[in-house]
Design a protein around this ligand. Sequence first.
Ligand SMILES: O=C(O)CCC(=O)C(=O)O
Length: 298
Amino acid sequence: MQASKIQSSHDKPAAQEGLVQRLTPLLHGQDVTRLAEMFDTQGFCVIPELLDAAQLERQREALAPWIDDGPMGRNVFEGTRTHRIYAMLAKDPVFAELVAHPVSLAWAEYYLGQSCLLSACLAIHLQPGESAQPWHTDDGHTSLTPPHDLLGVSTFWALDDTTLENGATEVLPGSHRWSETEFPGVLKDHDFATEEDATGDPGAHPDAVKITMPAGSLMIARSDLWHRGGANRSNTARCLITPQYCAGWLRPLESMLLSVPPEHAAALPERVRELLGYSIHPPFMGYSDGMHPQRVLP
Ligand SMILES: O=C(O)CCC(=O)C(=O)O
């Protein structure tokens, strides 16, 4: 795979100092500059065990009823042995703890600006027997030709240990710099229209890295990094929650203003409401009836 040259969309050492200052006290001695360097060059970084046991328990408890009752994915992309829970902030406000977690939000704001939006937020609960997902990026729906400037930041919170066997997310390091969009196992329109998995693993890639991490850990990835959910060959489920952020001028993947009813939104912290779209991308993108959208909330 040829690496194409791309200008860093974020050549701001002075601003990075702000990120370092903001995150260092939260990361117990981890080197924030190195994490940012990894994110810039490899397209992702991992922060182990950020959530404590109580935080993890709150997330699992809130999620449990939706997993028990929820339908399986409808196609190969969603995974026919996977529960995907969308519209999470309409289901339980506790999920706002991850959406506005001080570490991941600082990351999104640094790379995307204060006007960034929540583009998606879903739980992905992979059951035993699930096959590997097609390779995809989280901004592949845009019409821009890769490589391009950064459009989004995807965060992956492990609610379970992710292991080599249970479907740890796989990434292709550095692939945000690729111009290639055709390689074995890459997402096709057809994958949204069929429940039939391919035989074997046509997307097996020599450069793939499985992101194994203990429960409570966080992977942060550029939205243009090629990645996929792994195959779950274990006998237990693997769950993660993935809040994804996009630039304030981009259309979010999920229509958050519809998915989270206004009365639910009104009860969420102000910063979370802003991420849902009750905010303005300067000078006035996102207005409602000529006014700031916060003014239409009950
Ligand atoms: O489940 C995973 O590990 C990743 C899933 C993913 O990237 C997606 O469904 O968009």
